[in-house]
Design a protein around this ligand. Structure first.
Ligand code: TYD
Length: 232
C-alpha cells in the first residue's frame, strides 16, 4: 500500500506513562494543521473494543489470547489505520504489534515464530482496503506489512512501573501480573528494539514527565515531521 500518511505507535509496560504524551503529540500535530487519528490496541473499532474487553477480563490460554489480539488488530488495520494513512492522516496508536511480541511472546512465552506468521497475515498490506465486509479473497502470499513508521518505546524498570500502578485503579488481567511478568515483557521490548533499531526509539521513562515529553517531541522533530517550535 503506498500512502502519504504517518503511522506512529507507542509502547511500554503497564505504568510506563505513555497516555499523556500521546495526547500531547496529537495536539502538536493538530496545531500544525495535520489531521490526527488517535487510536489504541487492542481496540479502535466496535469489534476490536469488544475483543479488548474479553482479552482484558477473561482467563484464556496464550494462543487464544494471541488470536483474539490479532483478530482485533486485523479489524483495526482494515477499517481505521489503513484508510487514515491513505487519506494522508497522522495515525497515533497506543500500542501495536510490538506489544504482542513483548506481552504474549516474552511475557506469556508464546512462540515468536507463530506471532511473526500471524503478523504477516494480519498486517499484509494488499487487499486491505478492498472490502472490509470480507467478500473479496485475501492474498496470503503478500510479503509487505503495514507497520509503524516510528515506535516510541517508554522504557521504565518494572519495579518503578509497579509503584506507579499501585492503588491507581482496579487492575485488569495484565496489570495484576507479578513484577516477574513485567521483567520478561520489558526484556521482550528490549529485544524487539535491538531487532528494529531504525524504527523503535527508546525513551527513558523514569525521567520527570516534562523531560520525557521533550524527548518524545525531539524524536518526532528530528524525523522532520514537526517543527522544532511545537508545544504540547
Ligand atoms: P493499555 O495501553 O495498558 O491500556 P490501559 O492504559 O487502558 O490499561 O493496554 C491494555 C493491555 O493490553 C496492556 O496491559 C497490554 C495488553 N496488550 C497485550 O497483551 N498485547 C497486545 O498486543 C496489546 C496491543 C496489548
Amino acid at each position: 500500500m503506498s500512502h502519504h500518511g504517518l503511522f506512529i505507535s507507542f509502547e511500554g509496560i503497564d505504568g510506563a506513562g505513555k497516555s499523556t504524551h500521546i495526547d500531547s503529540l496529537a495536539n502538536a500535530f493538530r496545531s500544525e494543521g495535520q489531521v490526527v487519528t488517535l487510536t489504541r490496541e487492542p481496540g479502535g473499532t466496535f469489534l476490536a473494543e469488544k475483543l479488548r474487553s474479553l482479552v482484558l477480563e477473561q482467563a484464556m490460554d496464550p494462543l487464544t489470547e494471541s488470536l483474539l489480539i490479532f483478530a482485533a488488530r486485523r479489524d483495526h488495520v482494515v477499517r481505521v489505520i489503513a484508510p487514515a494513512l491513505l487519506r494522508g492522516e497522522v495515525v497515533l496508536c497506543d500500542r501495536f504489534s510490538d506489544a504482542t511480541f513483548a506481552y504474549q511472546g516474552a511475557g506469556r512465552g508464546f512462540d515468536l515464530d507463530v506471532l511473526a506468521t500471524l503478523e504477516r497475515w494480519v498486517q499484509a498490506d494488499e487487499g486491505l482496503l478492498g472490502d472490509p465486509a470480507g467478500n473479496q479473497p485475501m492474498k496470503p502470499e503478500v510479503e509487505t506489512v503495514i507497520e509503524p513508521d516510528l515506535t516510541i518505546w517508554f522504557d521504565l524498570p518494572p519495579e518503578d512501573a509497579a509503584l506507579r500502578l499501585a492503588g491507581s485503579r482496579i487492575p485488569d488481567r495484565f496489570e495484576s501480573q507479578p513484577v516477574e511478568f513485567f521483567r520478561r515483557v520489558a526484556q521482550g521490548y528490549a529485544e524487539r528494539q535491538r531487532d528494529h533499531v531504525e524504527r523503535i526509539a527508546q525513551i527513558d521513562a523514569s525521567q520527570a514527565r516534562d523531560v520525557v515529553w521533550q524527548c518524545v517531541l525531539q524524536t518526532v522533530v528530528e524525523k522532520g515531521w514537526l517543527q522544532a517550535t511545537a508545544q504540547s
